[in-house]
Write a protein that binds this ligand. Structure first.
Ligand SMILES: NC(=O)c1ccc[n+]([C@@H]2O[C@H](COP(=O)([O-])OP(=O)(O)OC[C@H]3O[C@@H](n4cnc5c(N)ncnc54)[C@H](OP(=O)(O)O)[C@@H]3O)[C@@H](O)[C@H]2O)c1
Length: 290
């Protein structure tokens, strides 16, 4: 019997997970299809209940359902509990478990692609939305030494700084404002950061500031690793500034694929073909003009 996998969201049309997950399944000769389903908020419970059926391996979950699925599961792992969000459901003989591979995928992508691991480092997080929260928890669990959270709305950065402190990490909240590279708080935070992660939508195609960069080359140290979570375009304005500064750069597509790689391994019990999945994701984004 062909087994079923997929991703739910609302809307879901933009998702490229079906492309790289199917490429991985096909490469290993696994008889399964990975689809995308648009599920309205009212239908989440009914949809999740249907995942207990034989032939269903599980699903990924994206915005806005990552919290809404939790009450319908039999168990939720430690990462997902800490994040308060589930991005992967696994069906084992009718029992549904919830997991969160976003944080581990982010850390794995950085480790494999740049050699970075958080222990003893200083990180600057740009943004304070849902993605920033997950990144903060991943860095805290990885043993980061200290964090600066810079956000347009300062109160949201302050609330994340409190979350960091609750997780025993030194943290400071500052304002993310456009600067001329002078010695303001943002510039100082960037100058001493080992890792800079953009978790804002600045630089995202069709976003609120698609040609903008939260930092200029003059503010980025050559010794830093700069990871932009935005993956459309593949080469964002921030990554161009970072490359001009001589910093190590990593685009958001790697995190996206690595969170999928970890989900793939949970569903199939097989090592995912990472290079095949990365190549399929990159080709899909290129075909969309990213
Ligand atoms: N690569 C991956 O796997 C992956 C995973 C998750 C998310 N992402 C990407 O990460 C980004 C953030 O996602 P999210 O879910 O965290 O979104 P979100 O919860 O809506 O948060 C958006 C963030 O962007 C900031 N922002 C929006 N417009 C801005 C502007 N014009 N200037 C400065 N800051 C601005 C917001 O600041 P305020 O608080 O002031 O509004 C907030 O910090 C998106 O581009 C998303 O595609 C990528």
């Amino acid at each position: 019997m062909t087994q079923r996998l997929g991703i739910i969201g609302y809307p879901i049309g933009h998702s490229i997970s079906p492309v790289f997950q199917q490429a991985g399944l096909d490469h290993l000769g696994i008889d399964a299809t990975y689809e995308k389903w648009e599920v309205t908020p009212e239908r989440v419970g009914e949809f999740v209940a249907g995942l207990r059926a034989p032939g269903s391996l599980g699903i990924n979950i994206t915005v806005p359902h990552k919290q809404a699925v939790i009450p319908f599961l039999d168990e939720v792992d430690e990462w997902a509990t800490a994040a308060g969000a589930v991005n992967t459901i696994v069906n084992r003989e009718g029992r549904l478990s919830g997991h969160n591979t976003d944080g581990p995928g982010f850390l794995r992508a950085l480790l494999v692609e740049t050699g970075y691991s958080p222990r003893g480092t200083r990180a600057l997080i740009l943004g304070a939305g849902g993605a920033a929260r997950g990144i903060l928890l991943a860095l805290a669990r990885g043993g980061v030494d200290s964090l600066v959270i810079a956000n347009r709305t300062l109160e949201r950065a302050e609330s994340l700084a409190k979350l960091a402190k609750d997780n025993s990490v030194l943290a400071e909240a500052i304002s993310l404002t456009k600067t001329d590279g002078s010695a303001d708080a943002l510039t100082q935070a960037a100058a001493s950061a080992n890792l800079i992660v953009n978790c804002t939508t600045v630089g995202m195609s069709h976003g609120p500031d698609e040609h903008g960069s939260p930092l200029s080359a003059a503010q980025i140290p050559a010794s830093a690793i700069v990871n932009d979570l935005v993956y459309n375009p593949l080469k964002t304005p921030l990554l161009e500034e970072a490359a001009a500064a001589g910093a190590t750069t990593l685009g958001g597509l790697h995190m996206l694929v690595y969170q999928g790689v970890l989900s793939f391994q949970m569903w199939t019990g097989r090592d995912a073909p990472v290079e095949v999945m990365l190549a399929a994701a990159t080709a899909e984004m290129a075909s969309r003009g990213a």
